[in-house]
Design a protein around this ligand. Sequence first.
Ligand SMILES: O=C[C@H](O)[C@H](O)[C@H](O)COP(=O)(O)O
Length: 220
Amino acid sequence: MTQDELKQAVGQAALKYITPGSIVGVGTGSTVNHFITALGSMKDDIEAAVSSSEASTTRLRELGIQVLDLNDVDELDVYVDGADEINEQMEMIKGGGAALTREKIVAAVAKRFICIVDESKLVPVLGKFPLPVEVIPMARNYVARELAKLGGRPIWRGGVVTDNGNHILDVHDLTIDQAKRLESQINGIVGVVTSGLFAHRGADVALIGTANGVITRETE
Ligand SMILES: O=C[C@H](O)[C@H](O)[C@H](O)COP(=O)(O)O
């Protein structure tokens, strides 16, 4: 199977976590795009969606799925999203598509985070994928210097402006063996909006697309 077929398989597999009549939290990215397509087949069974990006909102609306403002929603049963890396502890790096801040906000509201990935995203230690950090534009160089003190090599993702009007620093050369600690340290730098480390709020379920089918992992 191709990588795209594996993404399609997990996008489809996520449907079984959708409760009829519920409002669904929807992430961003190429894997989630397959989930959105699959969700289209259930559009008359769900109430609406809350989206983590303008790109996903557009796709959802094109399929006739209503998209609500998160401020009008008290809770979500599930949030379905991809990841750039996920480890055995269900900690993730996200933000390859620059949607990390809204993703983290919608995930915070959801009872369960369903992570959908192909097997290439499974890693023993996070950090090979450069860690995205969203920053207030005027703080970019200051934050970069502070991130370097933590052992990383930040590179500005030039030309990219997030849905929130901010910039992204991609932090290379990190070996993240204490993800929660690093997440807190980065969040503590003035000018940081969010880091793409999802450790304090990791995944509850991981659906992993492999050549032998979709594997399910759940936190205990
Ligand atoms: O900002 C983007 C998101 O965090 C994505 O969920 C992540 O980059 C994975 O994307 P993809 O499914 O395209 O590999």
